[in-house]
Unconditional design. Structure first.
Length: 275
């Protein structure tokens, strides 16, 4: 039942076998159907990582989530499909914010076809298909991703130029998704995940990004949302079901983005002044 529920969410109709082709197809289908978003955190809802909660959120409620939720749910899907999946601790680096501490991210290692693959849908503009855990540069369309060995138990994924993150280190030691439920990223109101409403999604061959009230579609096309109705319609475009929020909650989200948007404009103005 778990597998069928996930496949229905992904609108996946192909045969499911624990082979490299199915792994690639499921990973791609997830990126095309499930958005990265932090709306529950914005609403002050508790982020839970147990299997029952993840299955409910991603199948019945048809939502997206944070990296821990996205990759935790993907692990459940892949295991239900017969894959050998290891959850591993990771450290995402964003040079502009100096982040890179271990545990601010998780990733998945999947052993299939005599090779280990990196699966990760927890970065908003992640690669569409898994990457082999083998040193080299791997192109997906026009975008290059590079895998580098750091030491015997640590690897680094270099994101493509212009991506939302610079790189992601990951260790090969097995972990459990539930170990990360107490991380400050999902428990503290001062977490960078909590400060700004964010959604990202791959649709129609391009990356969509929502930050507070600013929507970015493709390369450089930016638009500022001006009403609650437009906000709700944009959520539908991102495959975020507005029906999962009460009328008051949707209005609360919209209201929170006002201060967030003004803070972002102030930062941009300072950058221009310094320039």
């Amino acid at each position: 039942m778990t597998l069928d529920a996930f496949l229905d969410r992904l609108e996946y109709r192909e045969p499911v076998r624990p082979d490299p082709a199915t792994l690639r197809n499921l990973h791609r289908a997830w990126r095309l159907r499930v958005p990265y978003e932090n709306f529950d955190l914005q609403l002050g809802r508790k982020i839970l990582l147990d299997p029952e909660t993840l299955i409910d959120k991603f199948t019945r409620r048809r939502r997206g989530g944070l990296c821990y939720e996205m990759n935790g749910a993907l692990a459940l899907l892949l295991r239900a499909a017969g894959f050998d999946v290891t959850v591993v601790e990771a450290a995402v680096l964003r040079s502009t914010r100096g982040e890179g501490q271990w545990g601010n991210h998780i990733a998945l290692l999947v052993d299939v076809g005599g090779e280990t693959w990196l699966a990760d849908t927890g970065i908003g503009d992640a690669f569409l298909e898994p990457l082999p855990v083998r040193e080299g540069t791997y192109r997906q369309g026009d975008l290059p991703f590079r895998i580098e060995r750091v030491d015997s138990g640590t690897w680094r994924m270099h994101h493509h130029p212009g991506g939302t993150v610079d790189s992601s280190d990951f260790r090969t030691e097995p972990r459990e998704v539930t170990e990360f439920a107490g991380r400050p990223e999902i428990t503290s109101p001062d977490s960078p995940f909590a400060k700004v409403l964010v959604a990202q999604h791959h649709r129609d061959g391009r990356e969509l990004a929502l930050r507070a009230r600013t929507v970015k579609r493709g390369d450089g096309d930016r638009h500022t949302l001006s009403s609650l109705d437009e906000f709700a319609e944009t959520l539908r475009e991102f495959r975020i079901p507005v029906e999962d929020f009460g009328a008051g909650e949707l209005a609360d989200l919209w209201a929170k983005t006002e201060d967030q948007h003004e803070a972002w404009l102030a930062i941009q103005a300072k950058s221009i002044d310094r320039g």
